[in-house]
Design a protein around this ligand. Structure first.
Ligand code: NCD
Length: 338
């Protein structure tokens, strides 16, 4: 009893120190506890709000700059299983888990038994047998994360499956926009470039339309989806009309690794017509926010000048990635901050 009381006061103390507001409050109706995160298509706007609100609290903790080690996920084990290269996503998931007190191990496909031909199912079951609570997974095939949810009982967090989905990136995009603009609903966002091969675009489109944003897409015709399945989205043949008066421009990387050759005439032509530079920015609102998920092909889809200009929130996206991934891990593995 005495111990419980002591813990209670420690937590209360943390609550006041961290935020000064109801850090302990849980959103009772909406919960992601025990759920896998494969795509945002099935997320409700309440669930998205829950992640963004939790991420805000996590960001406060990171920003305090002191001891970042919480105990929310103490005793939990997380494995990062990445079959594709990654810097930001893998590192931020790893740090997020560690900041929350979990044990985190990262497996790289090139240095694991995967190179010896082990199947995805066997790899997942081997990892699960070691007592793992969550597997954060990136794979080159669409549907791999969904397959994983059926292969094992651990929570699966999709960190990108082929051109299908990248939910944590879209959530950090929303979080970054909300932090800068103070709202989401009613904002005009232009997503520019290789929409066809972009899992970021697909997840952004679902999440942004759900949050009441107006989504405009532009890119070479060969890089736009042929069958368009989303309401609230406008596809433009001309980049100028897409970025005109935009509040946010999200510039996508040209996914050379997923393309067949010949989808646009030349990189020079691409950068001339669709590359985002200072001249093109003039069409957007003066305070337009520039996003790019990274890594960038600088000089191709975006100029250095734009990357480093005062409208750019690209560096913030990287920082916010840790907060959003902490939120996702805390909510799915722990039910939120207790
Ligand atoms: C994105 C990805 O892997 O889909 N990057 C990322 O997660 N930071 C976008 C990309 O690779 O272009």
């Amino acid at each position: 009893m005495a111990l419980a009381k002591l813990l209670f006061f420690c937590i209360i103390d943390k609550k006041i120190y961290v935020e000064g507001v109801s850090f302990l409050e849980r959103d009772s109706a909406t919960s992601l506890f025990g759920k896998s995160v494969v795509a945002l298509k099935n997320f409700s706007s309440e669930e998205i709000h829950l992640v963004l609100n939790t991420a805000r609290k996590m960001k406060q903790i990171i920003k305090l700059g002191g001891d970042k080690k919480l105990s929310n996920l103490r005793g939990k084990a997380i494995v990062n299983l990445f079959y594709e290269p990654s810097t930001r996503t893998r590192t931020s998931f790893e740090l997020a888990g560690k900041y929350l007190g979990a044990d985190v191990v990262s497996i790289n496909s090139s240095t694991s038994s995967i190179v010896k031909g082990e199947s995805l199912r066997d790899t997942l079951r081997t990892i699960e047998a070691m007592g793992v609570d969550a597997i954060v997974m990136r794979h080159k095939s669409e549907g791999a994360a969904d397959f994983a949810t059926r292969a094992v009982k651990s929570i699966i967090i999709n960190a990108g499956d082929g051109a299908h989905a990248h939910p944590s990136q879209a959530l950090l995009d929303l979080f970054t926009i909300e932090q800068h603009k103070g709202r989401l609903a009613g904002l005009k966002v232009a997503i520019i470039g290789d929409i066809l091969h972009s899992r970021v675009a697909r997840s952004d489109i679902y999440a942004m339309t759900k949050m009441g944003m107006e989504v405009h897409l532009a890119g070479p015709k060969t890089l736009l989806p042929r069958f368009f399945e989303f309401d609230g989205v406008t596809v433009h043949e001309e980049i100028d009309t897409a970025i005109k008066n935009a509040d946010v421009i999200n510039v996508l990387r040209i996914q050379l690794e997923r393309q067949q050759a010949g989808l646009f005439p030349s990189t020079r032509e691409y950068s001339r017509v669709f590359g985002i530079n200072k001249d093109k920015l003039r069409l957007a609102k003066e305070d337009v926010l520039i996003l790019h998920p990274g890594p960038q092909n600088k000089g191709l889809e975006i100029s250095s000048e734009v990357t480093y200009c005062s409208n750019s929130a690209i560096k913030d996206q990287v920082q916010n990635g840790v907060a959003v991934r902490m939120a996702l891990l805390d909510l799915t593995l722990n039910g939120g901050t207790k």
